[in-house]
Design a protein around this ligand. Structure first.
Ligand code: NAP
Length: 335
């Protein structure tokens, strides 16, 4: 039997209701590289060694297989449903049919309810799986407050129907949040955004905390296995940043674990992906021991490079200048 990390000693975060949730979870996007079975096996192993938060999404095309292993760990009496915190996300092509999309995820995951359901991207724009970075969909449109609120309204209905406990937003910017938060009947519990040492998004991170929204950080290790479409020459590898490497040496750990310790100590929930048992055990365990010092945290804070990895260019609409348009870099919503 592999090492077990007792869930009680894993750091926690508090949602706006006061409920505690795990301060680290397991990602499940196989990056077009790992099969559904490999990811599902990792989810099974990860729950057995102490993970309780699993970050899923319909577009990862593995919820069915993940559902089978969730059913197994519950059936074996290893965990109860209420011990787990399972997220899922409505994909961009289902913004007008959120309830049907959520029911499909529930069926695949073999659950009666999802703990936290995200709007995956704030646009109804989608790309084919395995597409390359130059792929564009002629039907793509810029962000619309009206359309987004229609999608969010359907998410609110899911809460009222008891199919979902919390709802969240992902890939948002401050201008978009400013436009939509006052219109929400049910507030987002969490914001899933890209966060890692070379891309810290300090303004959005602070905005999220100050609005009682828990930041969940994706690509926490800098997504070294991300698909080709999400790579450019300028990208920085977090695990090779001199500050991270130096701290890793001092703690005698892999640089990936420095990224995760930093994330948890800063106050976001990292959701590292791995199908390798030694990695996912180390990723959970590192958050329970040997914290970074204040000086190390400060050295990482100063090392921010504003280096976004998931630029989202495949979601661009005709007339958009470049991927920057998805992220409202001039401070207002880009049309
Ligand atoms: N909301 C969104 O739009 C969105 C976008 C992207 C991702 N996500 C979520 O965030 C999760 C995490 O992001 P990600 O998978 O892109 O990136 P990530 O977690 O930063 O990187 C995962 C990769 O890091 C390596 N790794 C993991 N643990 C390691 C360790 N202890 N030592 C050394 N290397 C290690 C592995 O590479 P190898 O496999 O090569 O060993 C693994 O495939 C996803 O799975 C998904 O659930 C959400």
């Amino acid at each position: 039997m592999s090492e077990m990390i007792h869930p009680d000693i894993v750091p926690k975060r508090r949602l706006y209701t006061g409920e505690e949730i795990p301060g680290i979870g397991l990602g499940t996007f196989g990056s077009d590289k790992y099969s559904s079975e490999e990811v599902a096996n990792a989810v099974y192993g990860a729950i057995k060694i102490g993970y309780r938060l699993i970050d899923c999404a319909a577009v990862y095309q593995n919820e069915d297989q993940i559902g089978q292993v969730i059913q197994s760990v519950i059936g074996e009496g290893f965990v109860k449903r209420e011990d787990l915190f399972i997220t899922s996300k409505v994909w961009n092509d289902k913004h007008r049919e959120v309830i049907g999309a959520c029911k499909k995820s529930l069926k695949d995951l073999k659950l009666d309810y999802i703990d936290l359901y995200f709007v995956h991207w704030p646009f109804p724009n989608y790309h084919a799986p395995y597409c390359d970075g130059n792929s564009r969909n002629p039907d793509s449109k810029p962000f619309s407050v009206e359309e987004f609120m229609d999608t969010w309204g359907q998410c609110e209905q899911l809460v009222e129907m008891g199919l979902v406990r919390y709802i969240g937003m992902s890939n948002m910017t401050i201008p978009k949040l400013e436009a939509v938060l006052p219109l929400c009947r049910i507030q987002p519990a969490a914001l899933e955004i890209e966060l890692h040492p070379s891309f810290q998004q300090p303004e959005l991170f602070d905005y999220s905390l100050s609005h009682n929204i828990v930041p969940i950080g994706y690509c926490p290790i800098g997504s070294p296995s991300r698909p080709e479409r999400d790579r450019t020459q300028e990208d920085i590898a977090d695990t090779e940043m001199p500050e991270i490497v130096e701290i890793a040496r001092a703690h005698k750990i892999h640089p990936a674990l420095v990224c995760l310790k930093w994330a948890v100590q800063r106050g976001q929930i990292p959701i590292p992906f791995s199908v390798k048992e030694s990695q996912y055990i180390a990723n959970l365990k590192c958050t329970t021991e040997d914290p970074l010092t204040k000086a190390e945290m400060e050295s990482i804070r100063k090392a921010d490079k504003n280096c976004r990895l998931i630029k989202g260019q495949v979601f661009l609409w005709s007339g958009a200048k470049g991927w920057e348009d998805l992220w409202d870099l001039d401070g207002s919503i880009t049309k």
